[in-house]
Design a protein around this ligand. Structure first.
Ligand code: 5AD
Ligand code: SF4
Length: 472
C-alpha cells in the first residue's frame, strides 16, 4: 500500500494511468492523508479518458494538479510556494507555445479557494474534494478559456472557412450547419469534450449558404447544430442575433418553402423562438426537443439546468401559437441514481406531452463524463425493463399520431420516386415519409394531398389538386 504523504511532504504521481497512448501529460502532487492519495488516483482516472497520461516532471506537464492538505498552516504555505515555482514553469511553457492547466485540489482549495485565486491568479482551476467528478468539465472549460480546443485539430471558427463549401445541389431538402459544439456539460454526454465549445457561424455566411442551396434546388432547409437554439451569431454591424431573428431572415428567401432546426435544448427555447413558430409559415410545426427524463431529481443529476415543468410550459406555449405542432424527443433510462419513481415521472411526462416519435436509450457510461464515475449505477436488467416500458408507450403514441393524420389535408414536399412504379415520395410537415401516385415532375414541389392511410413508419396519400403545385 502506498504510504500516505505527510501534509508537508508531497508524493508525485508518475505511474502510468491507463493503457492508451497519452496525448497530454498530467502531473499530480499529493500532500496529506490516505484520502488525498485515493482522490489523486480518482482524478487521474477521470482525466485518462480525455487523453491525459503521466508526466515525469511538472515542467513537461500539460496539466498540474496540486492535491493539498490543510491540516497545518505550514502545509498551505508549502502550496503557495509551489504555486510560485509553477508560475515560472507555466510562463516558460507559454513562451514555447505550450499550455499548462494548473489546478489546486484538496482541503486548501476548499478552505482558501478565494485566497488562492487572489494570491495566485495564474491558477486555472480550484476544486474542493466534493467536486472531483466535475474535473473533466472544469479542465475543458479552463483549456477553452486559455484558447485551446479539446480534441479538435484546428479551431472550429476556421473549420467552416477551411472546408470546401457544401454542395449546393443537395436536392429539395438541404442541411445547413449553423452551430457546433456544446457548453452544457450534461453529466452523461461526451459532446462538450469531443466537439469543444459552442461556436455560432455569422449571419452573412449562413444566409449566403442558404441562398446558394435554394438556387441549387433546395425547397427545405434544416438548420443544424448540437445546440442549435443556443445559436447566437454575429449579424450585420456586429450585433448578436438569436435563432428566431435568423429564421425570420431566412424566411425572406424567395423559393424557400420550409424551414426546420435541430437539435434544441429546452433551456434555450426563448419566448421569441416560440412566437416565431406562430408567425413564420415556412417554419414547420415540428420540433425535436430532447428532455432525457421526466424526474426533476434526475434532470438535476444530469446537469440539464431545468425541471420537467419548463418542458411542459414550452410544449403548451408552442401548441398555443401553432395548434398543429408535434414533438419528438430523446430519453435516457437508467441514469445513475434513477429509481423506480424517477422512471415513473418520465412515463408521466410522456403521457402528458404526447410525442409523434422519440428516441430512447439505455444509459451507457461514457469514459470521462461525470455520470460514469457516479455511485448508484442502475442494474442492466432494470435498465432493460424500463426501456421496454418506455418504448412501448412511445410506439403507441407514434402509431396514434400517424393514425390521427388519416383524412387530413396537408402539404407534402416531394423529394423523389417511391418504391413502386408511379409512386412518388415526400415528407409531411411532421417529417413523416409520405407516398402518393403522381408524376416525376413532382420532385422539388410542394403539393396538397389528403392522407389516405397510416403505416408504422410512413403515410400514403392522394394528390388533391395538381394546380396548387408551387413552382419548381
Ligand atoms: N448514454 C445513453 N444515451 C446517451 N445520449 C447521449 N449520451 C448518452 C449516454 N451516455 C443520448 C441522449 C442524446 C442523444 C443524442 O443520445 O438522449 O439526446
Ligand atoms: Fe450538450 Fe446535448 Fe450533450 Fe447535453 S446532451 S452536453 S446539451 S450535446
Amino acid at each position: 500500500m502506498t504510504p500516505a504523504p505527510s501534509p508537508e511532504t508531497a508524493i508525485d504521481t508518475t505511474a502510468p494511468l491507463d493503457g492508451s497512448t497519452p496525448r497530454k501529460r498530467l502531473f499530480i502532487r499529493t500532500w496529506g492523508c490516505q484520502m488525498n492519495v485515493y482522490d489523486s488516483g480518482r482524478m487521474a482516472d477521470v482525466l485518462a479518458p480525455l487523453g491525459y497520461g503521466p508526466a515525469e516532471t511538472p515542467e513537461e506537464a500539460d496539466m498540474v494538479i496540486l492535491n493539498t492538505c490543510h491540516i497545518r498552516e505550514k502545509a498551505s504555505e508549502k502550496v503557495f510556494s509551489d504555486l510560485g515555482r509553477l508560475r515560472v514553469m507555466k510562463e516558460a511553457r507559454a513562451e514555447a507555445g505550450q499550455k499548462m492547466v494548473l489546478a489546486v485540489a484538496g482541503c486548501v482549495a476548499q478552505a482558501e479557494g478565494k485566497e488562492i485565486t487572489t494570491r495566485a491568479p495564474w491558477v486555472d482551476i480550484v476544486l474542493g474534494p466534493q467536486t472531483y467528478h466535475r474535473l473533466p468539465e472544469m479542465v475543458a472549460r479552463a483549456a477553452r478559456a486559455a484558447g485551446a480546443q479539446i480534441d479538435t485539430d484546428f479551431p472550429v471558427e476556421q473549420k467552416f472557412d477551411l472546408l470546401p463549401q457544401p454542395r449546393a445541389d443537395q436536392g429539395p431538402t438541404a442541411f445547413l450547419t449553423i452551430q457546433e459544439g456544446c457548453d452544457k456539460f450534461c453529466s452523461f454526454c461526451v459532446v462538450p469534450y469531443t466537439r469543444g465549445a459552442e461556436f455560432s457561424r455569422p449571419v452573412a455566411a449562413i444566409v449566403a449558404e442558404a441562398r446558394r442551396l435554394v438556387a441549387g434546388g433546395a425547397r427545405e432547409i434544416s438548420l443544424l447544430g448540437q445546440n442549435v437554439n443556443a445559436w447566437h451569431g454575429e449579424g450585420p454591424g456586429g450585433a448578436t442575433w438569436t435563432l428566431s431573428r435568423l429564421l425570420y431572415e431566412l424566411a425572406e428567401i424567395e423559393g424557400l418553402a420550409r424551414l426546420r432546426y435541430t437539435t434544441s435544448h429546452p433551456r434555450d427555447m426563448d419566448d421569441d423562438l416560440i412566437q416565431a413558430h406562430g408567425r413564420i409559415p415556412q417554419l414547420m410545426p415540428f420540433l425535436h426537443l430532447p428532455v432525457q427524463s421526466g424526474s426533476d431529481k434526475i434532470l438535476a443529476a444530469m446537469n440539464r439546468g431545468h425541471q420537467a415543468d419548463l418542458f411542459f410550459r414550452i410544449t403548451d406555449q408552442l401548441r398555443e401559437v401553432r395548434p398543429d405542432m408535434a414533438f419528438t424527443s430523446d430519453f435516457i433510462v437508467g441514469h445513475p441514481g434513477e429509481k423506480a419513481e424517477d422512471h415513473a415521472a418520465t412515463m408521466a411526462l410522456v403521457e402528458k406531452v404526447g410525442f409523434a416519435l422519440s428516441y430512447s436509450f439505455k444509459y451507457s457510461a461514457r469514459p470521462g463524463t461525470p455520470a460514469a464515475g457516479q455511485p448508484f449505477q442502475v442494474a442492466e436488467a432494470e435498465k432493460d425493463a424500463r426501456l421496454q416500458e418506455l418504448q412501448a408507450l412511445l410506439r403507441q403514441q407514434q402509431d396514434a399520431f400517424n393514425l390521427s393524420c388519416v383524412g387530413l389535408e396537408c402539404d407534402i414536399l416531394f423529394t423523389g420516386t417511391g418504391r413502386h412504379p408511379g409512386q412518388m415520395a415526400g415528407r409531411s410537415p411532421w417529417l413523416q415519409p409520405v407516398h402518393a401516385l403522381g408524376n416525376a415532375d413532382l420532385v422539388g414541389r410542394v403539393a396538397r394531398v389528403k392522407i389516405a392511410a397510416a403505416m408504422p413508419n410512413s403515410l400514403s396519400a392522394t394528390l388533391l389538386d395538381a394546380k396548387e403545385l408551387t413552382p419548381a
